[in-house]
Design a protein around this ligand. Structure first.
Ligand SMILES: *Cc1c(COP(=O)(O)O)cnc(C)c1O
Length: 236
């Protein structure tokens, strides 16, 4: 445990050093499969944004994250429409908006709670069949449709880039995200602050920073390899 804490500390300080040239960028810890102790350790090392993938895990981490002053909790994973109600009053942002039916449900639940929910629109920048997200060419129409949902506040774009062999191979994807932000998103929301980009993970965050991302979402690069419990372990 202590050994792992040392590793977390070392990893975060290396990432922070890489980020020091980008003072406006935020480090988010992707905390799926991690313990509350690991979350607290990351916070101690200066992390203030925490991203969770699954509703059940998010609820399990909720008390912990909320007990940490100024810590922010974002939903970053696939969100089923019927689960929005469990997290709507618990997250600071939903980064994984990728369908109109989900926008409709977020709008309905947020209105019920008397809040407006900041969202990022997930873009499937590599047009990969297994991934969620709006295709780049569908983004203008999608963004226009969001006008029908007053309790949904579009703040920018998120993506999970396809896995590439070399770090420079990510450049075309991140360049395209910047273009979508500046040429598609920004003109549709002229009264908003500069739209946000959330892109960059353990394997490509330096490249994403070079392209001016506002958030990098890092899991294994902070905490080490993920260990998903097997069925037999869950039953124990
Ligand atoms: C798991 C996850 C990350 C972090 O991935 P790593 O490769 O472990 O850094 C970032 N974003 C999303 C949406 C994730 O699910």
């Amino acid at each position: 445990m202590n050994e792992n804490f040392d590793l977390i500390e070392k990893n975060i300080s290396a990432i922070q050093e890489a980020m020091s040239a980008y003072p406006n960028a935020h480090l988010m810890a992707a905390i799926k499969t991690r313990s509350d102790e690991e979350v607290r350790k990351a916070y101690e090392c200066g992390v203030r944004y925490f991203g969770e993938n699954r509703v059940q895990e998010l609820l399990a981490h909720y008390e912990c994250v909320r007990s940490l002053p100024e810590a922010r909790l974002h939903m970053i994973g696939t969100l089923q429409t019927n689960k929005v109600k469990y997290i709507i009053d618990k997250v600071d942002m939903i980064e994984s908006l990728s369908s109109i039916s989900l926008a409709k449900e977020i709008d309905k639940r947020a209105e019920k709670c008397g809040i407006k929910m900041p969202v990022l629109i997930e873009v499937n920048i590599g047009r990969e069949a297994q991934k969620d997200g709006i295709f780049p060419e569908d983004l203008p129409a999608f963004l226009k449709e969001l006008a029908a949902f007053p309790s949904v506040l579009p703040k920018g774009l998120m993506t999970i880039a396809p896995v590439c062999e070399k770090s420079e191979d990510y450049a075309p994807y991140f360049t395209e995200m910047v273009r979508l932000r500046d040429e598609v998103f920004a003109p549709l929301f002229p009264n908003e602050e500069k739209p946000l980009l959330s892109m960059g993970m353990s394997g490509n965050y330096r490249e994403a920073l070079r392209h001016g991302t506002d958030f990098v979402r890092i899991g294994t690069g902070i905490f080490g390899a993920r260990h998903y419990p097997t069925d037999t372990e869950v039953k124990k």
